[in-house]
Design a protein around this ligand. Structure first.
Ligand SMILES: O=C(O)CCC(=O)C(=O)O
Length: 352
């Protein structure tokens, strides 16, 4: 695959989200970007937003004009360092250290009572459809297990960071192509260790296809004369960014705009799978937390945003601890937290 480079251009929120978790206000605020980025770490919000407002000028570069991973492999100190204890990162837990979480989860479920099973798909805005509980239990277990296996291997989960060292508040792994938080580019080999992105498993791509078709069926049922393909264009995933959020994970408001201009222009959608604990997801037309809409993404939900919503600002303001389905946690042993997969098509010319 040719090295593909793009000008990074998305951005993250400059304001902290309000959090339902009382102790979150004590934590560093995260933000992120596909121009992604997360944890603000030592950087203040003002410094951050100033950087975001005047991004460094980037020139389109040819293959070889950035340090190739081979060169970097030999260049020791020039590598962005990775904390050794973080690799490999296993999104699944062993039985023994899970007992407290389980008890906690069971108590919460008892207090909550039976879950409302009347899931309703939603047309959130033009180009944006939420398919509630689209991934059944079996598929969720399979996705978690597959991500777990890929995540502990070469090209697996790591904690990305900005060029200045500030870290995102999530673990990330890329499939198909690597997206790099420091350079904000898509490329074959990732800068931190030269690893290639594992391929997107065929079962994942098939589920993306099914989800797009399901969104079309839903829209056809809801509106008589709708052009479903204009509303939510079809896409073949070339990239999947897998994020794992702990209970304290979050992702600032940003746009996903590092795919090709053509792909963005055609509105080829981002398809997002949610698994594990629920998340408060914010979205809106600008990077303003106060005016953003909020929707709860639960385990099994698939969110699609393409067409007129392809460039919406979006982010995760909080993870709601102990909200994952008990059966899923028991069977897949997912750590407390949330797994999210976002699929994108880098270029419209891609054919699977
Ligand atoms: O976790 C989510 O729901 C959103 C992830 C996201 O915005 C991204 O990866 O760009």
């Amino acid at each position: 695959m040719l090295l593909r480079l793009l000008r990074g251009s998305s951005s993250y929120t400059s304001k902290p989200f309000s959090s339902p978790l009382p102790n979150l206000s004590l934590l560093p605020i995260s933000s992120s970007s596909r121009t992604k980025a997360t944890t603000m770490g030592a950087r203040t919000l003002d410094q951050y937003s100033a950087t975001r407002r005047s991004p460094p000028r980037r020139r389109r570069r040819r293959r070889g004009s950035i340090a190739s991973p081979k060169l970097m492999r030999n260049s020791g100190p020039k590598f962005a360092s990775v904390e050794p204890e973080e690799l490999p990162f296993d999104i699944c837990k062993t039985e023994s250290n899970d007992s407290l979480t389980k008890i906690n989860r069971e108590m919460i479920k008892e207090l909550e009572g039976p879950k409302n099973s009347l899931h309703q798909n939603m047309h959130l805005r033009s180009g944006m459809v939420l398919l509630k509980n689209f991934l059944d239990h079996h598929n969720q277990v399979k996705i978690i297990q597959k991500c777990r296996d890929l995540g502990i291997g070469s090209g697996g989960f790591y904690r990305p960071r900005f060029r200045d060292g500030a870290k995102l508040h999530l673990r990330m792994m890329c499939l198909g192509m690597n997206w790099d938080a420091e350079s904000r580019l898509y490329q074959d080999e990732r800068l931190i260790d030269g690893a290639k992105a594992p391929n997107i498993p065929q079962e994942f791509s098939d589920l993306v296809d099914k989800a797009i078709h399901a969104s079309h069926d839903f829209l056809r049922e809801k509106y008589k004369n709708i052009n479903v393909e204009a509303e939510v264009p079809k896409m073949s995933p070339e990239i999947c960014i897998v994020n794992f959020y702990s209970n304290y994970g979050r992702l600032g408001l940003h746009q996903d705009r590092d795919e090709t201009k053509e792909s963005l222009h055609k509105g080829l959608p981002v398809v997002s799978f949610s698994l594990g604990d629920s998340a408060e997801f914010l979205y809106g037309t600008n990077r303003d937390v106060a005016s953003a809409c909020k929707v709860l993404l639960e385990s099994g939900d698939v969110l699609i945003f393409g067409g007129k919503s392809r460039l919406i600002f979006h982010g995760v303001s909080s993870i709601l601890p102990s909200t994952a389905p008990k059966q899923l946690i028991d069977e897949a042993s997912l750590r407390p937290g949330r797994l999210n997969l976002t699929f994108r098509q880098y270029s419209p010319s891609f054919v699977r």
